[in-house]
Design a protein around this ligand. Structure first.
Ligand SMILES: [Cu+2]
Length: 66
């Protein structure tokens, strides 16, 4: 699965890097790409990981997705 998450709290490349680091640690995540200017993160993942779990992690690191 692949999805683009809009994350309003992204303000610079460091934010993108922290999100990348955290999400990359999740089992099932294949790739994480980010764009600081657009405040968007593209995540590619496979089951059993779910979109909800990804959203929960984003929330827990204080970068909730819209
Ligand atoms: Cu930042």
């Amino acid at each position: 699965m692949e999805k683009i998450f809009k994350i309003p709290k992204i303000s610079c490349g460091h934010c993108v890097n922290s999100i990348k680091n955290e999400l990359s640690e999740l089992a099932g995540v294949q790739s994480v790409k980010g764009n600081a200017e657009l405040k968007k993160i593209t995540v590619e993942w496979s089951a059993p990981l779910t979109e909800e779990e990804i959203r929960n992690v984003l929330e827990s690191i204080n970068y909730p997705a819209e």
